[in-house]
Structure formats: structure tokens, C-alpha cells
Design a protein around this ligand. Structure first.
Ligand code: PMP
Length: 416
């Protein structure tokens, strides 16, 4: 349980950051850059983690609602997963060949996931989303790829939102539509007849800096119908939500019928592995698009994945995350209302996110997150949160008690 030890201070984080800034571009780069969270008001460096909690380098303890940005699904340092990893590491962690674990894992996924007749493994989400769009191009002989505005599919040039080092040519064939807008997709299909190779969409919309949006009734059926009519390959990027909503992954949860499915994050409870899976008819094209990485067949994350999947299948981890997430979402909305705010807790219960309805500059959610973090609840102001199976009712109760203190602080701050 959380100990009350406020206010939190970050002296060691700041000291380390000064050292980092001297030798590492940006000090901390990418999504972990403090500028994306709350510079000066959040920890920059972690020390250790256990279950649903982590400790930063200053010794501050947090209920961890970011879970490593999703991978930690059973809880940090899960004993059975870590035993499986240690057992494999004792045999070796990097060989000239894959091990039997790669075959075991591919068999496991293809028997578990309806859209998967084959599976291949890499390390990052970006590895498999980029491979998937190339498979779509190889299969169709076409060049265009459709994605939803504001969606994240990785840091590679074709999909990054950041312009640095990206040639116009690398995005020349990327088309965008608004989430849930079948009319946009129809217009693109009309305007680029026989030129669209694939469409890549997340199972629901989880943009940064905005509320999450679930698929509207009929959206996925409509996307499938347009893809079938136009010969477009349907790629579902389930990297963020996979195995958290449904052990058969989000297409099963939302009743989506993808051609190619990309997963990563929660697959191995924090160990680095991603996978692309697909239907039989895309296998030949998958074989024609060279796919390799030095570390991609490393066996320890595969051992972790096999163990994580069997725990997700044999325990109440998934319904538990759903129940705790629902309690958190409902509790936060009620508390917001009690304190005179209009707030929305959006997205699936196990991946919730809070927005203030009248908050164009995001000051409200930033103040809310800052006060929560300084009281030991790690929430991201701009990115969806994650529940893990090691969170407890006490964690959620403590979070809600803390939010009851924090909403008035936000009010005070906004009035001053
Ligand atoms: N797709 C989605 C939906 C993601 O959330 C992410 C990572 N946040 C990626 C792709 C890219 O994964 P990675 O950071 O492992 O390359």
C-alpha cells in the first residue's frame, strides 16, 4: 500500500538528467522525454518496480498507471514470468539460430488468435507495422496506405508525426482519414481507385492529447466491406491494447476481421517482443518482404510471452483489469462532477484516460496529473493510462481518495 509521503521531490532525477543531457541527445529522448509529461514535476528516472507500483531514483513510490506504456500487464517482476526468463537465460540468450520457443510461440498464437494462420517475431511495434504495410504493397502491387489522423503506428519515417529527417517522398503515399469516418474512407477509395494497398488502424482510437474514441456501431463492418470491395489489405495495429482486453486480442473483443494483425506491448509482461500475424493468403507476400533483426529471435522474451499468455488464459487477470478500470473511470467521473468539473473518462476500462471537457490548453489535466504524481499516483497527462492485474482495490480506492483532494487543488489553481 502507498505511504503518504508528500510532497514528492525529484532532486536525484534532476541530477541524473543534468548528466544525461551532457552525453545523450535531449537527455532522455522519444516518448520518455520529460517534456511530454510534466517537466520539473514528475520523476525522470526509475529505480525499481514491483506488482502495480514503482519507485523512482529519489525513493518516491507510485501506483503505476503507466505500466511501462503498456507492456506490464500482470504486474512488474511477476515471479512465474521471471522464472521462465531466468530458466531460458541460464541456457543462453543469443544464438545463431532460433530456439524451439519460437515454434512453440507461433503455434500458440496461431491456435489462439482467429486471424492468425502464421506469426513472425521482432522487437518493437514499429518493426511489425512497417513490415505489415510492405506486405500489403507486395500483395497488391499498389503504393498507397491509409491511416487515421492522430494515430500512432511507430517512429519510422512513413508514420512519424515529427518532421525531422523525413523526406516528403517517404510520406507521399500515406493518406489520412478521420477516425470513425467511413465517408472519408469512401472518398479516398474513390479518389485513389486501384492505388490503395492497405489501411492500418488501431482497434479503437487512442490519440495523444485527446480523449479516446471507441469504434462507432458499424464502423469496422464498413471498413471490412470497403476493403473487400476495393482489394485493400486491412491491417489492425493492436500494439497498445493487445492481450489486455482479450487474450485473443482486440479484433476478437471488437469483432474485427483483419488480414494482418500487429501486436507487442503486453505480450510478454515487459520483455521485448512484437509479432505480426496474418491470414494464409498473405503468407507468400510476407515471405517476399525480407524481415530480420539481430535480436529478433532471442528466446527469453519468447519464454516470457508463453508464460504471460498462459497466465492470462488461466486466471481472472483480464476481467480483474476491466473491473478495476471501470471502478477508476466511474469514480473519477463522479468526483469530477462533485467538484464542479465536467470530465470524461474515455476508452476501454483497462486502458482509461481522463480529459476535462473544457480544457483546450490542457492546463486542467496537467494540473490534475501534477498533483496526483506528487501524491504518489503516476498518471500521464497526455497519453492513455494502463491498469495491470497486480493493481488492487486498495490502489484504486487510494487513487480516488487522492483525486478527491486533488480536484479542489486544480480548481484553486485555475482560479488564481
Ligand atoms: N502502434 C501503436 C498503437 C503503439 O501504441 C505503439 C507504441 N506506443 C507503436 C505502434 C510503436 O511501437 P514501438 O514503440 O514498440 O515501436
Amino acid at each position: 500500500m502507498q505511504e503518504k509521503q508528500k510532497p514528492y521531490a525529484y532532486a536525484k532525477s534532476l541530477e541524473l538528467f543534468a548528466r544525461a543531457a551532457a552525453v545523450i541527445p535531449e537527455g532522455i529522448y522519444g516518448h520518455q522525454n520529460p517534456a511530454f509529461v510534466l517537466p520539473g514535476a514528475c520523476p525522470y528516472f526509475a529505480d525499481r518496480a514491483q506488482g502495480g507500483h514503482f519507485w523512482d531514483v529519489d525513493g518516491n513510490q507510485y501506483i503505476d498507471f503507466q505500466c511501462g506504456y503498456g507492456p506490464v500487464v500482470l504486474g512488474h517482476n511477476h515471479p512465474e514470468v521471471e522464472d521462465a526468463v531466468r530458466e531460458q537465460m541460464a541456457k543462453g540468450s543469443c544464438f545463431n539460430h532460433p530456439t524451439r520457443l519460437m515454434v512453440d510461440l507461433a503455434e500458440r498464437l496461431t491456435s489462439l488468435i482467429p486471424a492468425a494462420d502464421w506469426a513472425a517475431f521482432a522487437k518493437n511495434g514499429s518493426d511489425v507495422t512497417t513490415w505489415a504495410i510492405r506486405i500489403a504493397r507486395e500483395y497488391t502491387g499498389r503504393e498507397k496506405i491509409v491511416m487515421a489522423r492522430g494515430a500512432y503506428h511507430g517512429a519510422h519515417a512513413w508514420c512519424t508525426a515529427y518532421p525531422g529527417g523525413v523526406l516528403d517522398d517517404e510520406k507521399k503515399h500515406i493518406l489520412s482519414m478521420r477516425w470513425n469516418r467511413l465517408d472519408d474512407l469512401e472518398n479516398l477509395a474513390d479518389g485513389h481507385k486501384d492505388r490503395i494497398a492497405g489501411i492500418i488502424l488501431t482497434p479503437y482510437h487512442h490519440p495523444t492529447y485527446a480523449a479516446q474514441e471507441m469504434p462507432a456501431g458499424g464502423f469496422w463492418e464498413g471498413v471490412r466491406k470497403i476493403c473487400d470491395r476495393e482489394g485493400i489489405v486491412l491491417i489492425v495495429d493492436d500494439i497498445r491494447a493487445c492481450f489486455r482486453l482479450d487474450v485473443r486480442c482486440s479484433p476478437h473483443y471488437f469483432n474485427i476481421d483483419p488480414d494482418i494483425l500487429c501486436v507487442a506491448k503486453a505480450m510478454a509482461n515487459g520483455h521485448p517482443i512484437s509479432a505480426a500475424m496474418g491470414r494464409k493468403n498473405f503468407r507468400e507476400s510476407a515471405e517476399a518482404v525480407f524481415f530480420a533483426g539481430t535480436f529478433w529471435s532471442s528466446p527469453a522474451p519468447m519464454a516470457a510471452a508463453l508464460k504471460t499468455l498462459s497466465i492470462l488464459e488461466s486466471t481472472d487477470a483480464i476481467p480483474k483489469m476491466e473491473r478495476l478500470g471501470r471502478k477508476l473511470k466511474t469514480g473519477l467521473e463522479e468526483l469530477g462532477q462533485k467538484h464542479g468539473f465536467r470530465v470524461t473518462a474515455s476508452g476501454p476500462a483497462a486502458l482509461p484516460y481522463l480529459t476535462f471537457d473544457d480544457d483546450p490548453d490542457l492546463y486542467h489535466i496537467q494540473a490534475f496529473s501534477r498533483h496526483m504524481i506528487s501524491r504518489g499516483i503516476f498518471l500521464h497527462p497526455h497519453h492513455n493510462w494502463f491498469i495491470c492485474a497486480a493493481h488492487t482495490d486498495e490502489d484504486i480506492d487510494y487513487t480516488l481518495e487522492t483525486a478527491d483532494e486533488v480536484f479542489p487543488e486544480v480548481r484553486k489553481e485555475m482560479e488564481s
